[in-house]
Ligand binder design. Sequence first.
Ligand code: ZN
Ligand code: ZN
Ligand code: ZN
Length: 332
Amino acid sequence: MAELRWNPLLRTWMIVAPHRADRPHLARDVCPFCPGSGKVPDDYEIYAYPNDFPSLSLTPPEPDFPGDELVPVKPAFGKCEVTLYSPNHNVTLPELPIEHIEKLVAHWRERFEELGSIEGIKYVFIFENRGEAVGVTMIHPHGQIYAYPFIPLKIKTELASCLDYQKKNDRCLLCDLLEKETSEGSRMVYQNAHFAAFIPSFAEYPYQVDILSKRHLQSLSHMSKEEMRGLAEALKCITGAYDSLFDVLFPYMMCMHQMPTDGENYDSYHFHIEFYPPMRERGLLKFNASSESGAWATINPTCPEEKAAELREKVREIAERDHEEGQDASRA
Ligand SMILES: [Zn+2]
Ligand SMILES: [Zn+2]
Ligand SMILES: [Zn+2]
């Protein structure tokens, strides 16, 4: 049983997927994502693994629950897949060589285009849940992709805001936001030629980082080879800075916001990635509670400018280390 049910109060679809509750706790000594498990090729670099317990499927069963006019119901059409970042069980994203992360970005682009071209798929959401704090017990480096038959509410809201802003100002909301962050500087964390990363002044999480393309573009498909390399560098550096903050595998939710794939025009939207890490300080998690969940009124218990300074320092250390390693390599 799995189906989509309409929430008439929020005017969005939600997914009912109760079979997921039966998901067995995966034994830690047999990792299905490791070569030799029989579940993945013996030789792969990056692999699209079909989700064993998908909430959405291209051949969904008929809904069990009879919908009506107030709460319509639809089959849970769509696709869920797991993205294996590397065959190496213990490697972490920032430890992967830059060339490998470039291949990951190219893989995401290929999956975005392939899944987005399926008739009826309106939104392809690329994301990563990382760490036990966000419910992930598998340490093998991986992310996920959900292909939805609808545009999720948060994306819809952002699209509407960007379109509105464009109409009123003849400019892109996110380009302007990037310009503001660049000129103010206090929340800037990282920059390269093609991408910038900052903690937005309205961040919901202490260490929330948004990565924006410097060029106004809407998806991975619009990126040049240099931009894809720039994105790989930004991801390596930001996740590396996260891991060096408290010397733990830093938990986060990484959410890639791209244009929908329903064939409509989304020129006013702008590609970005939002990182939501639930940690507020060493050993202390920030939980979303009543105000956040019940009213969508978020409370950030920290000052974004101070947290940005902490991350900036880590980014500087990484750049220095890489520079020294580069010098060692050129001497050798
Ligand atoms: Zn593994
Ligand atoms: Zn823009
Ligand atoms: Zn967004």
